[in-house]
Design a protein around this ligand. Structure first.
Ligand code: URA
Length: 237
């Protein structure tokens, strides 16, 4: 159950003092009936409308974003643009958070969810959820590099788990099962190559759709969410 005024605040319709007059003015309907009491509580499945227009009242949201270069993966930053600026404000007020990080210059698939437990499990080192990156490098990637990735690389404070590297000239496709800070770039550095461009193509079972342009986002489909939950180790409902 949730109070109507709090619900509208979470949906980014304004502050509590801004949404209460809307409710008192009779502009908000719940399950088809006008509710003028900001303090009345409703089931989160209730159907909302404002001025006769349906409102998406979902409090749990899961989205994918094609992260462009130049934005930070962070919920907020005092100085620099973050991925949250690319999403509707309600995803921020609902507490939708990035699942892990992509570096500022890295592009590609970024998942965001309001479900902290799902995010936590997807990022858990024990879960070994695969991420696939396309990396461009400052020199040719060879089978010797692939062999070194497959053995597991010593990155100083830790040894990277064995990873798959498919050489593609001055580029490669890399599959890793962990996500430490600058992991892919550091793995290439460890074999004497510098990554000049990095793009995430896949996170667990989800691939970046070809029709999702940089900066665009969309909700996960039911099937995608179910696959993700399975990857996170949740039993099928
Ligand atoms: N590895 C990196 O080095 N950077 C990223 O953004 C993601 C993985």
């Amino acid at each position: 159950m949730i109070r109507l005024d709090r619900w509208l605040v979470l949906l980014a319709l304004g502050s509590r003092s801004q949404v209460q007059p809307l409710i008192r003015a009779g502009r908000v309907r719940v399950n088809g009936s006008v509710c003028r009491d900001p303090g009345q509580s409703f089931d989160e499945c209730a159907v909302l409308a404002l001025d006769g227009e349906p409102l998406d009242g979902r409090l749990t949201r899961h989205v994918m974003l094609h992260k462009p270069a130049g934005v930070l993966t962070a919920a907020r930053d005092p100085k620099q643009p973050t991925v949250m600026a690319l999403l509707p404000p309600c995803l921020g007020t609902l507490g939708c958070m990035p699942v892990g990080r992509l570096d500022k210059d890295t592009t590609g698939l970024l998942l965001l969810t309001t479900d902290g437990e799902l995010a936590h499990r997807l990022l858990s080192p024990a879960r070994h959820v695969e991420k696939v990156y396309f990396a461009e490098t400052d020199g040719p990637v060879t089978q010797a590099h692939a062999d070194a990735f497959a053995r597991g690389l010593d990155l100083g404070e830790f040894t990277a788990l064995p990873a798959r590297l498919d050489p593609l000239g001055n580029a490669a496709r890399v599959t890793v099962r962990e996500g430490k800070f600058h992991q892919v770039k550091r793995m290439f550095e460890a074999v004497g190559l510098t990554v000049t461009r990095l793009h995430r193509e896949r996170f667990g079972p989800l691939s970046l759709p070809e029709d999702l342009a940089p900066g665009q986002w969309r909700e996960l489909t039911r099937t995608e969410l179910s696959a993700l939950r399975t990857a996170a180790g949740f039993a099928e409902e």
